[in-house]
Design a protein around this ligand. Structure first.
Ligand code: AHR
Length: 498
């Protein structure tokens, strides 16, 4: 078996927006408390931020972090989480049936983002919260001193506005598990009004309106159409969410997950162009895929009234990591539509990093994200693939190779991301770059091969870890490499000057 990949640096899908490598932090389980924030722990700094967690998140190179939810935000009163800590109320959290202590709130999040080197993507509560409360949070975050909420921020020691540029208008509002869930037309009015008020206060911001929360929802696309029809002029992005699963235990089917991800992205591209055409609008709205990951093994959602209970502590294996790689391949192949994406989530809760008081563990999904976010820069190239197919259940015959590529004009280099979906039979790939000459290979990284269920654990933390791979330039100038079964190979190449 053999695959061919043809690339040409003239044939680009679009510029890669680095914000597709965002993350998501929710007040859920041990994500905040015991995850990123653990005052008193010797591994934490003076602000209570876990230094080891910050360091590993920095390695993921996430330019933005969505916060504070998720389902949590739809019942959250952000004013509970500001001011002197000893005055902050404890509240029951509707979404995860836990107790929220509010010891970590907006100001702590901004300080933590700064430490991380990321920017915030703030979500406002449009479930139980009002548009006025959403506008008040914007005033607290973004306005210079001279008005009530901005002065309050300054009085708490934050004289300068935070200048938060990106705002989510609620979360998953088409889901009946969402606090304050309403029909599409009512949400559309609420979100539109919130956006008008918020942009009125700070015209420099961009807003993300809630799209339907899943492909399997009956509201998929219908909700989105209603919402976009009403809000088109006031919003800049619409959200999409997906959690992949292999509940049936069929790895051949599961490893074809990229087919479904592509379908969703194609659906949104069509919808966004349709609404723009119907409105004869000069403006474009893009996609914010602000929750994506694998999630199906740890689905307990009842925190039983505890503070920071362990919830959604999913253990990730090799096949999950390869599904994550396919999300990233799909985002790159649809770089013209997807401008923001957030891995959900970042620590302990469905996360690449697990913590204990004495240390942390990197899960399999850490590595594909790390490599893509580090190397996929510049323009996304259209990958033309010739390869055999394999049977993936009702997903049909599916190409064994899933691929994407980026061309960085600044460094005159390309990065190629190759996923072999087969569980047996390593895949030799020949990569022909039609318009340029490869000068030398900068590096080859490989993840996988072997047991799809292999996972890292506290006892065996390095079972799934990338290794150096091989690639050669053959006599014709083409690149030859091998992708393990199943596995991910990333090849980086320095191009000769034109
Ligand atoms: O990320 C976990 C949850 O999944 C989020 O709170 C919600 O938005 C989604 O349903």
């Amino acid at each position: 078996m053999q695959a061919n990949l043809h690339l040409d640096t003239h044939y680009a899908v679009g510029n890669i927006d680095p914000r597709i490598f965002g993350g998501f932090l929710e007040h859920l389980g041990r994500a905040v408390y015991g995850g990123i924030y653990d005052p008193g722990n010797p591994l934490s700094d003076a602000q209570g931020f876990r230094r080891d967690v910050l360091e590993m998140l920095q390695a993921l190179n996430m330019p933005l972090i969505r916060y504070p939810g998720g389902n949590f935000v739809s019942g959250y009163d952000w004013t509970d989480g500001i001011g002197p800590r000893d005055k902050r109320p404890k509240r029951p959290d509707f979404a995860w049936k836990s107790i929220e202590t509010n010891q970590f709130g907006t100001d702590e999040f901004m300080a933590w983002c700064q430490q991380l080197g990321s920017t915030p993507l703030m979500a406002v509560n449009l479930g139980t919260g009002s548009t006025a409360e959403a506008a008040a949070l914007l005033e607290y975050c973004n306005l210079p001193r001279g008005t009530y909420w901005a002065d309050l921020r300054a009085s708490y020691g934050h004289a300068d506005p935070y200048g938060v540029k990106l705002w989510c208008l609620g979360n998953e509002m088409d889901s009946d598990w969402q606090a304050g869930h309403v029909p599409a037309d009512i949400y559309a009015q609420r979100a539109g009004q919130a956006a008008i008020m918020m942009k009125g206060l700070d015209p420099s911001i961009e807003t993300v309106v809630c799209g339907s929360c899943a492909y399997w929802m009956s509201t998929y696309m219908r909700w989105d159409l209603t919402v976009l029809d009403y809000c088109w002029e006031y919003v800049d992005y619409i959200s999409a969410h997906r959690y992949s699963q292999n509940r049936r235990g069929d790895s051949a089917w599961y490893l074809a997950e990229g087919v479904e991800i592509d379908r969703i992205l194609t659906d949104y591209a069509a919808l966004l162009n349709y609404v723009r055409a119907v409105k004869r609008s000069q403006k474009q709205v893009y996609l914010s895929f602000d929750e994506w990951n694998v999630w199906y093994k740890d689905v307990e959602q009842d925190g039983k009234g505890q503070v920071a209970p362990p919830l959604l502590e999913e253990i990730y294996n090799l096949e999950d990591a390869l599904v994550c790689a396919q999300y990233l391949n799909s985002f790159l192949r649809h770089a013209d539509v997807v401008k923001i994406a957030c891995l959900a989530q970042i620590v302990n809760v469905i996360a690449p990093i697990l913590t204990r008081p004495e240390g942390l563990l990197l899960q399999s999904i850490f590595y594909p994200f790390q490599y893509f976010s580090r190397y996929a820069r510049g323009r996304s190239l259209m990958p033309v693939i010739e390869c055999p197919t394999y049977e993936a259940g009702e997903r049909g015959p599916v190409a064994v190779l899933d691929a994407s590529a980026s061309y960085n004009e600044e460094t005159n280099s390309i990065a190629i991301f190759l996923v072999n979906r087969q569980q047996e039979g390593e895949l030799p790939v020949t990569i022909a770059l039609t318009d340029r000459t490869c000068q030398h290979i900068l590096g080859v990284d490989v993840l996988g091969g072997g047991d799809v269920k292999a996972a890292n654990s506290w006892e065996q933390p390095n079972r799934v870890k990338p290794m150096a791979g091989n690639a050669v330039l053959d006599d014709t100038g083409a690149l030859q490499t091998i992708v393990p079964a199943p596995g991910l190979t990333i090849v980086r190449v320095q191009l000769a000057e034109r």
